[in-house]
Design a protein around this ligand. Sequence first.
Ligand code: ADP
Ligand code: MG
Length: 463
Amino acid sequence: MKYEFNFSNRGPVVDVKEQLIESLKSKISRKIWELWFETFKVESVSDDLIIFTVGNLFIKDWINERYAKQFKEIVKEVTGKDISYTIKDEVIQESCTPKSTLNESTPLVRKRPVLLSEFNKEYTFENFVVGLFNEESYDGAIEIAKNPGKMNPFFLYGGVGLGKTHLLHAMGNYMLESNPDLHVMYMTAEKFTNDLVISIKNGTSNDFRKNIREKLDVLMIDDIQFLAGKDGIQSELFHTLNYFIDGQKQIILCSDRTPTQLSEFQPRLISRLQMGLMVKVNSPDNETKMEIARAFAKKNRIDLNEEMIRQIVRASDNIRTMKGIINKIAFKNAKNSVDESTVSRIVNEISGIQIRKVEDKAVEKEVFFQSLASVFDLRPAEIDAKLRTAKLSNARQVGMFFARKYMGKTFAEIGEWFGRDHSSVVYACKKVEESVRVGNAIVKKEIVQLQELLHIQNGESAG
Ligand code: ADP
Ligand code: MG
């Protein structure tokens, strides 16, 4: 039954819904209202329940945690009773038009996206498998991508290989697709650090700040655990955060650790992170892992029986490893049906690479050669040897280019790794770069596989 109050002493019937909203507004600062209550509505009022709605689960939790007292007060104030209330979150509408942080005078003409970062085209929301274990992070990422600037900072954290970087790229792809005028930049914390340090050395740190703070609408910094113990960089990040928050520009951060595990971080930075929207990316349980593996297999059009799926899942402690194994199987079995021994071989090979990668930085060359060998179906020793066949020299050249472009190695370091002189390395890098430039699909695929195996993203160029 609909509740109607007749305040006879105040003249005409006043809309209770509006009254509730006005009363709530009087208890909340304007800034908070604009940030958090934009989607707030009074859905219905009856004599035993008032239903409010907000745009999503996070806003709901946020409001529930902080404003329970005010809600009780306004209900009592307006209705004169202690009617219970509930806040519901509306399901995110996929079709709703994303709101941009640009002002209203911005022309609606679609330009080509302003490409400040290369986003991996494979890392989209559509390609992200969503289950109970990660839906919070997925919903959060979509919400922010649709409304950049609304909730700051957006902080995603969770174990390695669980899709954090994928979600950042998905947000980037989505934002540029729906609003090509948006200035979106992705960088790792390592790049943030290097660029800052170089700018300080060159006396151009003001330009560095200006480029980041004034020219961007959205800044993403991945893997901020890298800043543990780096006090100066943390200070810079702290001020950057404040700048983005005050300007209602979106800042998005990722970490392999929870804020409380980031014990070497400045407390002010941690509390800033906690003020925004923090979402944990969880690990899938075994059943869910099997579902994801099946989904990956289906997407790659390969037929894996249950035993194979189980074997892959058993060997993978995260989604990255699982995806790496399945991609590799698909790559090697373009047409044939998959046999068990191939699966076992690839499982062992790739899970071995992943484990070593995580455990030990000192074995960088070894892991790199192992990955390179795996992509080209060679043995690591073959790459290291002096043998020359077309296949070997191709693998080496792609490897050299990769080490230069994505691992920040110098020509000298690469020369040492591969036992080649400076000019051969330069030649190899140029040659592969040219193949990439003209769109050689095979080389591109090899590079993507190396990126996957080595957990290296786009845009890591050493310049
Ligand atoms: P993180 O940054 O958390 O370490 P990534 O985002 O790099 O992990 O993910 C590792 C790999 O696993 C990527 O290839 C990514 O596409 C894939 N991946 C992770 N989670 C999912 C998911 N839920 N659905 C599809 N692919 C996923
Ligand atoms: Mg990552």
